[in-house]
Design a protein around this ligand. Structure first.
Ligand code: NI
Length: 138
């Protein structure tokens, strides 16, 4: 376990009040835990700007009746084998499907995967959830 360090910060009272309200709303037990969460968020954003391996999920919602939409999505994922791990398919209703593609690899390749998937006609929404592999995050 890493050595614990302490530091103090100065900020405006109304900013601290707003932060404490946010902490309570989000359910963090202490200011320290909330600050750690915020710092790790910044570090994860930085990982996504670098060249190392990152993790995340691509979410797609599409109408499966559109011509060959599923075939095109599968082709694109096969073209990105270096960063696709698995896919979960959920039938939302008679027409709409949700696909969750778990990804791990270079951020640039994952962003290209998202761009390619978005280009398929029939996609209603495509977004990326970014997180970390955890390997380099303290
Ligand atoms: Ni479906």
């Amino acid at each position: 376990m890493a050595q614990l360090a302490r530091f103090s910060i100065s900020l405006e009272q109304n900013l601290l009040d707003a932060f404490d309200e946010w902490i309570a709303r989000e359910g963090y037990p202490t200011r320290s835990e909330a600050v750690k969460h915020l710092i790790r968020g910044v570090l994860v954003d930085k990982e996504w700007q670098g060249k190392g391996s990152v993790a995340g999920a691509v979410l797609l919602v599409y109408d499966h009746h559109k011509p060959d939409v599923i075939g095109k999505l599968v082709d694109i994922q096969h073209d990105h084998m270096d960063c696709t791990i698995c896919t979960q398919h959920v039938h939302l209703d008679h027409d709409n499907c949700l696909e969750i593609i778990t990804v791990r690899g270079a951020a640039s390749r994952i962003r290209q995967l998202l761009t390619d998937l978005r280009s398929v006609k029939g996609i209603k929404h495509a977004t990326l959830l970014t997180t970390t592999t955890g390997a380099k995050l303290p």
